[in-house]
Design a protein around this ligand. Structure first.
Ligand SMILES: [Zn+2]
Length: 166
């Protein structure tokens, strides 16, 4: 049956957080010092009602996927793989980080999350989590979804939202 209006469902839970370290680069030659945030995630999916269960998407499944995606980058140093100003090199169990060719940090490799982004801004993290969620949804054959919206907050009242139409 065709219904007027649209539905979307959101999840934001105490465990949809990741406490991680990062630093970002700015235009020109400025680079932040290493610091951390208690990042918080809210995800919204939009779509048609499932004809048998009368929901857009199963909350339990959505929460489980998002929890895993957050856990993967929790308690890590988030490092960008696609930032031309940041050079990463492996040295045994260590990861050396240089900024514009100058040595800056050395981290234990196991404590780092190397992310396919240009900068670890909340915008890029929101986009990355959206892509990861999308491939999880594709893998389980989720149907009827029309959009994903991902909000990543790095501080109270300071967040970015990425929206992807499917
Ligand atoms: Zn920051």
């Amino acid at each position: 049956m065709q219904r007027p209006g649209e539905f979307r469902v959101s999840v934001t839970k105490d465990y949809l957080v990741f406490a991680s370290a990062h630093f970002i680069t700015f235009a020109g030659h400025r680079c932040e010092g290493l610091h951390g945030h208690n990042y918080r995630v809210r995800v919204t999916v939009e779509g048609a009602l499932d004809e048998e269960s009368w929901f857009v998407f199963d909350f339990v499944v959505l929460k489980k996927i998002m929890r895993r995606l957050c856990d993967e980058i929790d308690h890590k140093v988030l490092l960008p793989l696609e930032n031309p100003k940041i050079q990463l090199s492996e040295d045994g169990d260590a990861l050396r980080v240089a900024y514009e060719g100058k040595p800056r940090y050395v981290f234990p490799k196991v404590d780092c999350a190397l992310l396919p982004v240009a900068n670890t801004t909340v915008e890029m993290l929101a986009e990355l989590l959206t892509k990861r969620l999308r491939s999880e949804l594709d893998a389980i054959g989720a149907r009827g979804l029309t959009a994903i919206e991902m909000e990543v907050e790095e501080n109270f009242g300071q967040s970015a939202v990425y929206r992807l139409s499917l």
